[in-house]
Design a protein around this ligand. Structure first.
Ligand SMILES: [Zn+2]
Length: 394
């Protein structure tokens, strides 16, 4: 038997183990942050699972999921693929093409750190042919449900399994955990996408070449996106190339694209920022004359607003440079509601607000959510000394 890498094997009775050897080099239990996903022979009665998820939301706010059961699906030959966050669903949708029916449990503006699965979500997960999620404890409140769904026989994969461990961030403030926000480095998310494509090829071998072809084609788009982000972030003048955001979701972005990042909150949004954190960041912004800070679509903006107010009391006008998509993508059906659009939006917004060179409508000319600076904001920067006024008013 291959040992559990997660170190959480004791959460389950030893007899739960099927004893099978698994593909690859490691047990999949690490993928769900706990033991169990390998134990596909052990099928729990639905009642037991219902009891396990008694802590789930009762609501039906599953963000547009389709909860049809396998029986409802008739002769639909497509793989039924259920994903947690939109970023995972989008890359899986790209490689699945017409072979997959992909649903995402969390939609626009939903915070995955805090999300508890609804009963409908559990039904949706149980109806899946395969489940993909981010892992690394991003979906921290779904771990038990994902484990139980895997034990019911549904293949459950964390796409971050496709990323070599030595490319994951493990900063001390994360208390022994990896930083889960890997999609912020496009080259890492490409590896996650290729991992998903290989799992689909295994599950549906007759179409393996289709999955791999689509993965190769999409990788070209991701390489182009990666180069664009590098270019526009690199165009920001070095003295104001600092990214100040609400929570610590941009560590991989910082490393990959060479822009130091400061955030008000830590790695998850579960803890509130303290007054000291705000004062510390205000000092940082005023001393370095940073022109803009950013809010996030899935995080309460009040702490960032407190920083803006704190800087103003110190005589420095820092503006909110825009809303970034950190842990959730943009509205469904929009360009920003895709992974490429999300990253394009973020890079373009950051570059333009901090005085870099980036086209207003981004890499593909499709951005629509970047707001123009008002004349009042341009005037505010002029009153700060006007160092960036002309550069960001394109
Ligand atoms: Zn986060």
């Amino acid at each position: 038997m291959i040992p559990c890498r997660s170190g959480k094997l004791d959460r389950f009775a030893r007899s739960d183990w099927c004893g099978d050897r698994h593909r690859g080099t490691a047990c999949r239990c690490a993928a769900v942050g706990a033991a169990g996903s390998c134990c596909r022979r052990l099928l729990l009665p639905v009642a037991v699972l219902a009891a396990t998820i008694a802590g789930c939301n009762d609501g039906t706010a599953g963000n547009g999921t389709d909860n049809s059961t396998p029986a409802d699906r008739g002769n639909d030959p497509r793989l039924r693929i259920v994903c947690t966050v939109g970023m995972v669903a989008d890359i899986v949708r790209r490689v699945a093409g017409e072979r997959g029916d992909v649903v995402s449990l969390m939609g626009e503006g939903v915070d995955p750190h805090l999300y508890k699965p609804t009963r409908n979500d559990v039904r949706t997960l149980l109806s899946a042919d395969v489940v993909f999620y981010n892992g690394l404890l991003l979906e921290g409140r779904m771990t038990d449900v994902l484990t139980q769904v895997a034990r019911r026989g549904v293949p459950v994969y964390a796409v971050t399994e496709g990323i070599p461990r030595d490319r994951l961030r493990e900063p001390p403030e994360f208390q022994g955990h990896y930083d889960p926000h890997v999609w912020m480095d496009v080259s890492l998310w490409k590896l996650a996408m290729q991992f998903a494509a290989e799992r689909l090829a295994e599950l549906d071998p007759t179409a393996a070449s289709d999955y791999r072809r689509r993965a190769t084609e999409y990788a070209v788009q991701l390489d182009r996106l990666d180069a664009y982000v590098r270019r526009v972030i690199g165009s920001i003048p070095a003295r104001q190339r600092y990214l100040v955001t609400a929570h610590d979701a941009f560590g991989y972005f910082s490393l990959a694209y060479d822009i130091p990042v400061r955030s008000v909150q830590g790695i998850t949004t579960e803890s509130e920022a303290g007054v000291d954190d705000v004062v510390r960041l205000v000092d940082f912004i005023v001393q370095r004359r940073i022109p803009a800070v950013f809010v996030e679509s899935s995080v309460n903006p009040k702490t960032v607003e407190a920083i803006v107010a704190g800087a103003a009391r110190r005589g420095w006008t820092v503006r909110i440079g825009g809303t970034l998509f950190s842990d959730a993508m943009g509205p469904r059906g929009t360009y920003e509601g895709t992974y490429v659009g999300m990253i394009d939006h973020n890079a373009t917004t950051i570059a333009r607000a901090l005085g870099g060179e980036a086209p207003q409508r981004g890499l593909n000319g499709r951005l629509s959510l970047i707001r123009e600076r008002s004349s009042a904001e341009r005037g505010a920067n002029a009153s700060n000394g006007g160092s960036i006024g002309n550069r960001t008013a394109r």
